[in-house]
Design a protein around this ligand. Structure first.
Ligand SMILES: [Zn+2]
Length: 114
């Protein structure tokens, strides 16, 4: 079986971000989205992991469009943004290793618990 092309998937997601008016910066110090200035920042990682982070940050855009409010818990928004990331992957037919994706999700969510 041919190796899945995550570089192609990553580029597809950058295009998807552009549809929402977002610019993606790929060599940032961390992974985050700035909703006010429409920027997504992705840090250096293996390309598959970069795809998963980008899916999550795009998930934040979708969550924001659905008008979650400041009184929603930050942790809940994080969980939903990861779930929306899966929706985006399905929509764009991007292959996920769900175990790997969930492991990354859990590491990130754990950092919000303290
Ligand atoms: Zn997040």
């Amino acid at each position: 079986m041919a190796r899945y092309n995550y570089t192609q998937a990553f580029n597809k997601l950058i295009q998807f971000a552009t549809l929402f008016g977002y610019k993606v910066y790929v060599n940032s110090d961390n992974n985050y989205v700035l909703l006010d200035v429409q920027e997504i920042h992705i840090s250096p990682n293996p390309i598959e992991i970069k795809v998963y982070y980008l899916l999550h940050e795009l998930g934040h855009i979708i969550v924001d469009i659905n008008q979650f409010h400041d009184d929603d818990y930050e942790y809940d928004i994080e969980v939903i943004a990861w779930l929306r990331g899966i929706d985006i992957a399905n929509q764009l037919q991007i292959k996920l290793n769900i175990d790997k994706f969930n492991k990354l999700k859990q590491i990130c969510l754990d950092s919000y618990k303290n």
